[in-house]
Design a protein around this ligand. Structure first.
Ligand code: THU
Length: 134
């Protein structure tokens, strides 16, 4: 198994914990921080639908809560559809933490790698504020 395949397998495992009683669409994500530490997340839905947390956001905020400020890789997989690619909000969250590589799956379930610039070109980030506090 290649490293991207292994990360997708781990994202699928994280998706097993998905709380998605409304969409029945289970998503999992793995974050590898720049320091090599690893965090997982799944989507967590809410009866007030707009409070849903995506798997990527869950994994990234968990990493941040553990002190991570720079992320190397995010891998995403879903169990109930052909594939899953990060929503716009999650792409912007990835931008904040300088994600270098995003691994998703194609229709065959094989890993496909993107840079964040592929997914979010001409993006707005911390540097554009002219100051970075932390
Ligand atoms: N979802 C994710 O967790 N990540 C994505 O990249 C796309 C969508 C979740 C949100 C919601 O719980 C369900 O999938 C259906 O949109």
């Amino acid at each position: 198994m290649t490293e991207p395949q292994r990360l997708i397998a781990e994202a699928r495992e994280a998706a097993e914990q998905s709380y998605s009683p409304y969409s029945h669409f289970r998503v999992g994500a793995v974050v590898i921080a720049a320091d090599g530490s690893k965090y997982t997340g799944c989507n967590v839905e809410n009866a007030a639908y707009n409070h849903t947390i995506c798997a990527e956001a869950n994994a990234i905020t968990t990493a941040a809560a553990n002190g991570v400020r720079e992320v190397d890789t995010v891998a995403v997989a879903c169990l109930d559809g052909v594939g899953c690619t990060p929503c716009g909000t999650c792409r912007q969250m990835m931008r904040e933490f300088k994600v270098r590589r995003v691994i998703v799956t194609n229709e065959a379930g094989e890993p496909v790698e993107y840079t964040l610039d592929d997914l979010l070109p001409h993006s707005f980030g911390p540097e554009d504020l002219g100051r970075v506090d932390q």
